[in-house]
Ligand binder design. Structure first.
Ligand code: UD1
Ligand code: CA
Length: 491
């Protein structure tokens, strides 16, 4: 089949299927992900591939895309700089690892993976710092590679600003055949006009790769083994090297600097907001909201500007989330109102509840149906029953609170004795007066009353009143006498 310049169709389009029949024995495929580099340009202690966008490390995004194309057992992350940290962060994905103890360049990284890749017919090489790559694009690269019977296929793009990237030099502007990849620093004047960049994502026929990889030299600006040199080496050996252009440049942009990192992060999050909006969620000023990839939100929920919804949070239908709330790993049912400035962490809120403004729901908070948690209230490991209220300036920790309870302003559960935590139980229908301290372990029986400003150290029986404060003393005329004495010049 003659080479032709090809472009991957836009998102949602079907893969460019070959009309040729599939071979009886499908080729054995592996994916290697280069992730051993330090990321010098980030000026950061953290290895580059563990920097996060969309709430997940760069490398995890690449692994997730790869897992859609081949099983995790055929994927190998090449790690080196802070190898154990990197391995620890992504080993839950089930991929294999290869150690590149010394980072001597991208070509050297692939050399280190020779043993694990030996039994595969083709290997896709991905970069751990190119995180927006989609499985569809990887598949299209692979199909084009197989269809072209190429030794090496390079995924390319033509971004507005190609500076910093290697450029792909095609034999002719119309064909897919490539003569070389030239790194930025080595570009001649005429080559510098080429805007088509190397994405750092390739498919190789493994036999040709291993036959020629040892011919890569370190004769370049960085004294490293460049994987990009494989293009001209294979061409010299009369092998076929082709390029396939990705439909959208953003998908193959690398994160080499923190500025590039936050650009990719905001692009990913805007995409998430767009998906949610197309599923019926209103997000005002989406460019100010931070919503992680795995978050789920039901239709008719409205999100105001400057909201963060993180981790595995699930939010139901018909909720309203006001500005400056940060909600992480929480479960929120339908029809919940979250007023401004709330912080949720591993909390659960049942339908119709009203939270905030400025409530802090810490892990183990479980707020019942139609309950209210208000201004400057903090909860931790606390169940607040149906219709119960804690509206002002309160701390509820390690508490079991029944239905229809009113917790007065300034109430505090004293749950910690300096060594252990203890439980406060407040049964259905209890009224706790303002400014009460409940010293745990303690139980307030069903329907009981606690007088305001009480310090409750003993259990309160059902339906009774507990007063835990000193009796008020009134001294008649005391203030008047004091004023008159002062006016007369006495102390
Ligand atoms: C590389 C390409 C460049 C391309 C760009 C696309 C080379 C020589 N250049 O440049 O043509 O336009 O990617 O993003 O390949 N890595 C290792 N071991 C090493 C060195 C790097 O595993 O010894 C890993 C890095 O962790 C990174 C990836 O390989 O994930 C790419 O390395 P990086 O240094 O970022 O290459 P670029 O300069 O971006
Ligand atoms: Ca890079």
């Amino acid at each position: 089949m003659p080479s032709e310049k090809k472009t991957i169709p836009k998102r949602t389009a079907e893969a460019s299927g070959s009309t040729e029949p599939r071979p009886a024995n499908p080729p054995r495929l592996a994916i290697a992900i280069m992730a051993a580099g330090k990321g010098t340009r980030l000026k950061s202690k953290r290895p580059k591939v563990l920097h996060e966008i969309g709430g997940k490390p760069l490398l995890e995004h690449v692994i997730r895309a790869a897992i859609h194309v081949v099983p995790a057992s055929n994927i190998f992350a090449i790690i080196g700089h802070e190898a154990e940290k990197v391995r620890g962060a992504v080993q839950h994905t089930g991929v294999g690892f290869v150690l590149q103890a010394e980072q001597r360049g991208t070509g050297h990284a692939v050399m280190c993976a020779r043993d694990v890749l030996r039994d595969f017919d083709h290997v896709l090489v991905l970069s751990g710092d190119v995180p927006l790559i989609r499985p569809e694009t990887i598949r299209q690269l692979l199909e084009f590679h197989l269809q072209q019977k190429a030794s090496m296929t390079i995924l390319t793009a033509t971004p507005e600003d190609p500076s910093g990237y290697g450029r792909v030099i095609r034999k002719s502007s119309k064909g897919a055949d490539v003569t070389a990849i030239v790194e930025q620093k080595a570009l001649s004047k005429s080559q510098a006009k080429t805007r088509e960049i190397n994405s750092g994502i390739y498919a190789f026929a493994t036999r040709d790769l291993w036959q020629h990889i040892d011919r890569i030299t370190t004769n370049n600006a960085h004294g490293e083994f460049y994987l990009t040199d494989m293009a001209s080496l294979l061409v010299k050996a009369k092998k076929k090297v082709v390029a396939l252009a990705a439909a959208e440049a953003i998908e193959v942009l690398g994160a080499n600097t923190l500025a590039e990192m936050v650009m990719l992060d905001s692009s990913m999050r805007l995409q998430k907001c767009a998906e949610l909006m197309s599923a019926g969620v209103t997000i005002f000023r989406p460019e100010t909201c931070v919503i992680d990839a795995e978050v789920q939100i039901g239709p008719d929920t409205v999100i105001d500007p400057f909201v963060q919804i993180l981790g595995k949070t699930r939010i139901g239908e018909d909720c309203r989330i006001r500005s400056f709330s940060v909600i992480k790993d929480s479960e929120i049912s339908d029809g919940v109102m979250i007023k401004p400035g709330c912080i949720f962490d591993e909390a659960k809120v049942s339908r119709g509840a009203i939270i905030g403004p400025y409530s802090h729901l810490r892990p183990g908070s479980d707020i019942g149906e139609n309950a209210h948690v208000g201004n400057f209230v903090e909860t931790k490991k606390t169940r607040l029953g149906k219709g119960s209220k804690a509206n002002h300036l309160t701390y509820l920790g390690d508490a079991e609170i029944g239905e229809g309870v009113n917790v007065g302003a300034g109430t505090i559960t004293c749950n910690y004795d300096g060594v252990n935590k203890h439980l406060t139980r407040i049964e259905d229908g209890v009224f706790v007066g303002s400014d009460s301290t409940l010293v745990a372990p303690v139980t307030l029986g069903k329907g009981s009353y606690v007088a305001a400003a009480s310090c409750i150290t003993d259990d309160v029986p059902a339906d009774s009143l507990a007063l835990g404060r000193s009796k008020q003393v009134v001294k008649d005329g005391w203030a008047k006498a004091k004023r008159e004495a002062r006016a007369a010049g006495k102390k």
